[in-house]
Design a protein around this ligand. Structure first.
Ligand code: AMP
Length: 397
């Protein structure tokens, strides 16, 4: 399958070529024809699947016949949960639309209104906005929705988690009834489905497998274990499995250093990577790890954010990450380009709430394993899916 078979015109194909994509990803091959023909769509797809281009490209195609006719209007609105995502989507649009006359803007809160209002007066075709700021500007009559042809709800699950439902509903109620609606979400949880029901008439549905948040080539599982047995369990795993390399995530730098010395006592060479080590040492560690000279790297989640290593055979969460998105991000470091990868998490009873959040985010329970000799005395209960604790909603607001 090539992009040219999908019904995109030359200016977009030239841009795709310039950006360097060889062929459409699975979601793009599925979604582009559906969006091009004007249908509504609900898609379960995770970041990293190429989902952005899967709706941006056909929207650009549909809009390419003209420009927004009046000031303070847009023909496509893309709602995103965060400012960062709005900026990122806008950047993608600018790249894909570089050979067209289509204009876009990112719109989000926490900054001056004036430049955003001016951009709307100057004229845009696509607005990528966080829901709160968009409805705010709508209330100020800085934007009108009567020319909207397509509305996209991107990362719908995250927008709901962040408490945007009211603003989203207001926007849905105010765009023209015949506008095309597209909803993308990592998981199709019940609240997301409820939103889809109210926003999308007769949608087509795509799911990049049920385990899309968990790419199917990544084998994920958790091992339940008592907290005080984690370090000996890890040694056991590293000795039993034939992992060529593994990146082991741990919460604190003190913990990282301690774990490395515990592993060393059991004859396993590992290195600790955390903010307590100077930049030069960290850089060397990364290079050695990339070169395969270090087999096991024990890293704190914070320090590891900057590690640009993909294609790992195994990622081990010695401690479960928080928030749940961080889990998805971490496991994404393995199983790149459809290679097989493994992601294993050690979970003790005190991690229960965190586990609930991660499994809710994924939309399914993770396979559980108990290892002989490490069966927990304190069992970990089965998670409640769709679990969003109150404090988290408040934190993310
Ligand atoms: P997304 O899932 O939209 O966040 O995209 C993830 C990454 O995949 C982005 O860095 C895109 O630039 C890249 N990408 C999107 N489509 C393709 C493609 N067809 N081929 C290669 N890379 C792509």
């Amino acid at each position: 399958m090539s992009f040219s078979k999908l019904g995109l015109s030359q200016p977009l194909l030239d841009a795709i070529n310039k950006v360097g994509y060889q062929k459409p990803t699975t979601i793009q091959a599925k979604a582009i024809p559906i969006v091009l023909k004007g249908s509504n769509l609900i898609a379960a797809a995770q970041t990293g699947t190429g989902k952005t281009a899967s709706f941006v490209l056909p929207i650009l195609e549909r809009l390419s016949t003209g420009n927004t006719e009046r000031k303070k209007r847009a023909r496509a609105i893309i709602l995103t949960p965060t400012r960062e995502l709005a900026l990122q989507v806008n950047q993608s649009i600018e790249a894909y639309a570089q050979f067209t006359s289509i204009k876009s803007m990112a719109m989000f809160g926490g900054v001056d209104y004036a430049p955003q209002k001016q951009a709307l007066i100057d004229g845009v075709d696509i607005v990528i906005a966080t829901p709160g700021r968009l409805i705010d500007l709508y209330g100020q009559r800085a934007i009108h929705f009567d020319e909207v042809e397509t509305l996209v709800l991107d990362e719908a699950d995250k927008m709901l988690d962040m408490g945007f439902i009211e603003a989203i509903n207001k926007i849905i109620a105010r765009v023209p009834e015949d506008a095309q609606s597209l909803l993308f979400s990592a998981t199709l949880s019940n609240p997301v489905r409820d939103l889809a029901k109210s926003a999308l008439d007769n949608p087509e549905e795509i799911s990049i497998t049920k385990h899309s948040a968990s790419k199917s080539n990544i084998k994920q599982w958790i091992i339940t274990v008592d907290k005080d047995m984690k370090s000996s369990l890890l040694s056991h795993l590293l000795q039993q499995n034939q992992w060529k390399q593994a990146l082991i995530f741990i919460e604190t730098k003190h913990g990282a250093a301690k774990l490395v010395s515990q592993l060393e006592k059991r004859g396993i060479a590992a290195e600790a990577f955390h903010s307590g080590r100077n930049q030069k040492v960290r850089q060397q560690l990364i290079e050695s790890f990339k070169a395969g000279e270090i087999q096991f790297l024990v890293a704190t989640g914070v320090a590891a954010r900057g590690i640009d290593i993909e294609n790992l055979p195994a990622v081990i969460n010695y401690d479960l990450p928080y928030p749940a998105d961080e889990y998805v991000h971490r496991i994404g470091r393995t199983g790149r380009a459809d290679a097989a990868g493994e992601a294993v998490s050690l979970v003790s009873k005190d991690n229960f709430k965190n586990l609930c959040m991660i499994e809710s985010r994924l939309g399914h329970l993770l396979e559980r394993v108990e290892i002989e000799g490490f069966v927990p005395r304190k069992p970990v209960p089965i998670s409640i899916l769709n679990y969003v604790p109150k404090h988290r909603r408040e934190e993310e607001r």
